[in-house]
Design a protein around this ligand. Structure first.
Ligand SMILES: Cc1cc2nc3c(=O)[nH]c(=O)nc-3n(C[C@H](O)[C@H](O)[C@H](O)COP(=O)(O)O)c2cc1C
Length: 233
């Protein structure tokens, strides 16, 4: 689906070597995998997101529930990183993390986040933006119980986002936590760990189209309920 006319794909030449600096301007993909009309949309943003998520899973995309989470600190400095969506319903989108991490500090200060699901093989993305709230203790505990023991130990051991002197500090911290919980069958939820829910007021569904004339349909929460508006690509 590359549009470059010289037979080479992206930044890789026929010999398989990469010359990215030269090739970057020529790298482009023709988007013609589908379209998105108003009539195609599910009645609610979360049903539409669930439908696209189901398709991403059915198509065996890697990490289909991965989304790029953007936050800003008190000075407006933005940061982004990938997290995994672990819950989706009419209330919003849930992910789990360390409550002392950089992202959690940002969210505590600003109470707002955006997230983007980047489904490149489907030539789709979904963007959500909204206020955040902490997931309640019972819901967090239910998800925590589903995590593998190793992930639970890691969540206890890692001071996420803090500088550490070296890998050895992390290995030492993990060993200490392993000893601490050696005889404990059900490891408790760390006090510094849990879920955040983004309660969207904007959710945009993007489908790539020919000639960069993409479809963008945006659910917007208004005083009178949700509306759908088309946005120019
Ligand atoms: C595919 C993928 C999934 C990830 N999922 C999570 C996640 O669900 N929760 C999390 O805290 N970090 C996750 N991470 C790590 C984050 O991207 C990030 O490095 C970490 O949360 C620290 O971010 P912060 O310092 O900005 O708070 C994931 C990274 C990748 C690449």
């Amino acid at each position: 689906m590359t549009e470059s006319g010289d037979g080479a794909v992206g930044g890789v030449d026929d010999a398989g070597s990469v010359d990215v600096a030269v090739r970057l301007p020529a790298m482009r993909v023709a988007y013609n995998a589908g379209s998105l009309d108003e009539a195609d949309l599910a009645p609610t943003w979360h049903e539409q997101l669930q439908a696209w998520l189901d398709e991403a899973i059915a198509q065996s995309l890697p990490e289909p529930n991965a989304m790029v989470l953007a936050t800003a600190d008190a000075h407006g400095f933005p940061s982004s990183r990938t997290v995994l969506c672990k819950g989706l319903d009419e209330r919003g989108i849930v992910f789990y993390t360390n409550y002392t991490s950089a992202k959690s500090h940002d969210l505590t200060v600003t109470r707002y986040a955006s997230a983007t699901f980047p489904w490149y093989p489907l030539q789709r993305q979904v963007h959500v933006r909204g206020e955040v709230e902490k997931v309640d203790v019972a819901e967090t505990a239910a998800y925590w119980a589903s995590r593998p023991r190793g992930s639970q130990l890691g969540a206890w051991a890692s001071p996420q986002s803090k500088f550490v002197d070296g890998r050895r500090d992390l290995d030492t911290a993990l060993s200490a936590i392993e000893r601490r919980f050696r005889d404990v069958e059900k490891i408790p939820v760390p006090p510094h760990w849990g879920g955040w829910r983004i309660r969207p007021d904007v959710v945009e569904f993007w489908q790539g189209r020919q000639d960069r004339m993409h479809d963008r349909l945006r659910f917007v929460c208004t005083d009178d309920g949700w509306t759908v508006r088309r946005v120019a690509p």
